[in-house]
Design a protein around this ligand. Sequence first.
Ligand code: PLP
Length: 313
Amino acid sequence: MQYNVYPKISLGIFPTPVQKLENISRLLNANVFIKRDDMTGLGLGGNKVRKLEYLLADARKQGAEVVFTTGGSQSNHAMLTAAAAGKLGMKPILILKRRGVTEQVGNQLLEHLMGTEVIFMDTDNYADIYAEMDRIGTQLGVPYYKIPCGGSNALGSLGYVDCAREIGQQGSRFDYLICAEGSGGTMAGLALGAKLFLPGTKVYGMMVDSDPFDEITPALMREAAALLGVEAEISARDYHLRDMCGPGYAIPSEEGNAAISLLAKYEGLFLDPVYTGKAFAGLIKMAEEGRFQATDNVLFLHSGGAGGLFAVL
Ligand SMILES: *Cc1c(COP(=O)(O)O)cnc(C)c1O
């Protein structure tokens, strides 16, 4: 297939492994596999590394000396942006929402260890934060680059188009591919990538925030397809969404915590309370509803989030 190739900077270790969860497969009566994007090789791993390979290549091309990004106080994305920008010789500045755990634990501790400049803003509106980035950037008087919350623009989501291609090259065929959806870029990239490279694989986004993902997901898929220059008629058949948010974004849910305990106990793997625990709880629900046949191959994307395990509300 012909598509445009965008420059990216190598930050991680790819391909990440695909492993079968033997015990969970027996418990859920399906073949359950895990794609280890918690092992992407920078910081404590996680899905943002694939996005940052594109975003920071763009930042560097534009001559940026300072890289801004944002998120919640315990944002994995913000922490990994700081790690990646610092490694590449650009200065990260994080402007985070004050909501959540701001003490020096979890990702805040990691940012402290990196000496990252972190500014908390008392706002729930990202527009205020992007305006503050422009104000500070202009004041600094150096070229700067703004990465949106979660790295979830079309360029960032190309990292997960790549991940879908990588899964195809790893050999096994999957009936389902399941991920957490928090700002949308991962799901949009995987759903577009599956449409292009994984025929027959249904992609499920387990929503862990309350944004309108039924609009965000196809819009990002279309923008990413336009960047790639591929003709892809995106319809509601190309992605599946399920609400697993529970009591709210970044607030642990009972079923999410149960999924964390299950994988810890039976597989020696640690999910996180904000994203992957809730997403895996969605996979368990689908199994309980009888959606999977015993012969189905189900692939769960472990998108990381280790920092969040140490900073729960
Ligand atoms: C950011 C994040 C997600 C969600 O990815 P989006 O592209 O923002 O939807 C999932 N898991 C972890 C651990 C994350 O940090």
